[in-house]
Design a protein around this ligand. Structure first.
Ligand code: HEC
Ligand code: HEC
Ligand code: HEC
Ligand code: HEC
Ligand code: HEC
Length: 339
């Protein structure tokens, strides 16, 4: 029975395409499948991490993110080798707890110990007195906890913005001005798109294996543009005719400019077909550091002539990739001019 239901829904999805009015509603966050850019985790010996004994699942998720690998990252290590003043690169890659002084520091200072842990749990969670800050402030026997605004829907973005709003090295500070974007005003948040919702026991007693209370929370596996199915969701795409031309509109659905790293590029290859399936025109467009797609905006790519459908192929290239990764190959119907 189960098999049948799956087959049918797969067919339904196939029939729904192609279409120029696909419903591209909420983001669908699966366990991410990042492409190999030379820094695939998990972090060695993550099981021995001091939090793993009780927060095994969360630690496993974190260990495969670039946060855990932020120090070990080969691209980062290669970059800092070339620099005289390496220290300026440490604050965000091996940060001290962001909540240690004065409540919250928007510019993290570097730490000396356990550099291999990169952006460690403590960077986001440890409070001034060693208590663990989180969304619940639930009492437990293991450590003091406290509820903190950085983990509520109102305050969560500041935690991410702290490190993601600065242009430095190959990084473009994409989170600058995030709170003023349409996406944020509509209630969008960094964790809303980058950490999938889960409902589970967030801790287990290391001796008895007894789970803590089941609560709503979020996966610590970051959703990444190295996962083609996540990257695809950055764009809402539609095609329409305008005069003698056909326009492919690509809108930015993320909360920030795309892309956010020097040397990353997304190439769109378009081909226009008539009703008989005969090719009418081809064009390619690349977005990168210089020709990026701004937040809350859309891009119009023009094809000469009119047609019935546009096939769009998208390839993603980034530092460390052996070859570009395809994140899009879909055909869109051309909507006729309404006026
Ligand atoms: C203000 C915080 C901050 C500081 C300081 C910082 N970085 Fe980063 N770094 C980041 C963030 C955030 C990313 C991830 C960007 C992304 O993926 O879009 C990153 C990613 C990188 C990457 C990309 C790694 C990869 O896997 O492709 C390299 C290389 C890097 N940083 C080098 C440096 C160097 C060199 C310096 C010092 C000149 C530096 N960083 C200082 C925040 C910082
Ligand atoms: C001996 C077991 C144990 C260890 C070790 C442990 N924790 Fe916990 N932690 C718990 C339990 C139990 C809870 C309560 C879970 C619940 O009720 O949802 C908890 C809750 C939390 C919370 C949620 C706070 C809130 O808002 O209620 C955070 C954040 C946290 N721990 C972080 C950490 C970090 C970071 C480490 C490592 C430095 C760590 N913990 C080590 C058992 C542990
Ligand atoms: C202490 C600084 C810091 C904080 C806080 C921080 N980040 Fe990052 N983030 C980084 C750095 C540095 C990297 C890149 C590490 C590397 O590639 O070496 C990164 C990488 C990423 C990536 C790219 C992952 C990939 O695999 O391509 C995403 C997405 C991301 N962060 C989202 C977030 C979100 C969401 C939050 C808030 C919950 C957050 N970050 C908080 C510093 C930070
Ligand atoms: C880049 C910042 C960041 C890092 C690093 C990080 N966390 Fe979290 N953590 C968060 C955020 C944001 C939430 C709140 C998610 C939500 O809204 O439920 C959270 C929630 C939690 C919770 C409460 C359960 C939940 O899902 O809400 C626990 C427990 C926890 N983290 C433990 C850890 C442990 C253990 C590590 C290291 C292995 C870690 N965190 C690393 C940002 C971080
Ligand atoms: C509406 C969903 C959404 C929101 C909100 C959102 N992101 Fe993203 N983010 C995405 C998507 C989709 C991508 C992949 C597109 C891309 O590569 O830029 C992405 C990419 C990224 C990257 C990788 C950029 C690069 O070029 O390496 C980082 C880092 C990141 N987001 C951090 C953040 C932070 C920090 C916030 C909050 C200030 C945030 N995101 C808010 C959906 C979102």
């Amino acid at each position: 029975m189960r098999f049948l239901a799956l087959t049918l829904s797969a067919l339904a999805a196939a029939f729904a395409l192609p279409s120029s009015t696909q419903d591209e509603g909420a983001f669908v966050l699966h366990a991410p499948r990042p492409a190999d850019n030379g820094v695939l985790g998990p972090l060695a010996e993550w099981e021995k991490h001091e939090c793993a004994g009780c927060h095994l699942e969360i630690t496993r998720e974190w260990a495969s993110t670039l946060h855990a690998l932020a120090w070990e990252d080969e691209h980062y290590q290669k970059d800092i080798k070339k620099l005289k003043r390496k220290k300026s690169c440490y604050g965000c890659h091996i940060p001290q707890p962001l909540h240690s002084f004065d409540g919250f520091i928007p510019n993290p200072d570097p730490r000396e110990e356990e550099r291999v842990h990169g952006i460690d749990c403590a960077a986001c969670h440890e409070g001034e007195d060693g208590e663990m800050l989180g969304p619940f402030g639930a009492e437990n026997d293991a450590h003091p906890s406290a509820k903190n605004a950085s983990f509520t829907s109102e305050g969560a973005n500041r935690l991410c913005i702290a490190c993601h709003a600065t242009n430095i090295g190959p990084v473009i500070g994409i989170a600058k001005g995030f709170n003023e974007t349409e996406v944020a005003k509509a209630g969008g948040s960094c964790i809303g798109c980058h950490m999938a919702p889960v409902e589970r026991a967030h801790a287990k007693d290391p001796e008895t294996g007894a789970p803590s209370q089941v609560r709503k929370g979020r996966s610590h596996s970051l959703q990444t543009p190295r996962d083609p199915s996540f990257l695809r969701q950055a764009f809402q795409i539609s095609a329409r005719s305008r005069g003698e031309s056909t326009i492919l509109s690509v809108s930015n659905r993320t909360g920030h400019r795309v892309p956010g790293l020097v040397e990353r590029s997304l190439e769109f290859k378009l081909e226009l077909f008539d009703e008989q399936g005969k090719s009418q025109a081809k064009v390619r467009h690349v977005i990168d550091k210089r020709r990026y797609l701004p937040v809350d905006e859309h891009l119009e790519i023009e094809l000469e002539g009119s047609g019935a459908t546009v096939r769009v192929i998208g390839d993603h290239d980034a530092p460390g990739y052996r070859r570009a990764v395809r994140f899009l190959d879909e055909t869109f119907e051309v909507a006729k001019e309404s006026d």
